[in-house]
Design a protein. Structure first.
Length: 140
């Protein structure tokens, strides 16, 4: 967020950053086929992250390389049981679901104006001038 705390006009980049942040979080605990179907920002924000059929099994949740290494080390040293590891991973899924739901709930991605502001990016204007022009005339 430090990137957006500047006097420079950064609003055209906001939607893309929010989309990237949300997608990165969802990739940790949502099944890949569900994410593949979410091809746009709106579809990604509408993924049902609480539905059990959309969430990976606790063994498959991505908690990071360092955390996995520490868990395996603790398990090998008999400091924690396999049951405790699974419980921890389930809690990680719950945490990620709550973070993602808060991000979706308060996200600006649900507003069309934020999605259309990408048209103010110079690169977008140069690459897709017709789309940029159309986004300025949308009434939604």
């Amino acid at each position: 967020m430090k990137e957006f705390q500047t006097n420079k006009p950064m609003i055209p980049y906001l939607a893309e950053e929010l989309y990237t942040l949300l997608k990165t979080i969802l990739e940790r605990f949502i099944k890949p086929p569900v994410l593949e179907k979410a091809t746009s920002r709106t579809k990604l924000a509408n993924v049902d992250i609480m539905a059990p059929e959309n969430v990976v099994h606790a063994k498959q949740v991505v908690i990071g390389i360092a955390t996995n290494a520490l868990l395996k080390e603790a398990e090998n040293d008999m400091k924690v049981s396999e049951l405790q590891v699974m419980s921890f991973k389930k809690e990680c899924v719950l945490f990620l679901q709550k973070v993602a739901s808060k991000l979706i709930e308060r996200s600006l991605l649900k507003y069309p104006i934020v999605r259309y502001l990408k048209s103010l990016k110079p690169t977008h204007m140069a690459i897709k001038p017709e789309e940029a022009k159309d986004n300025f005339s949308k009434n939604q």
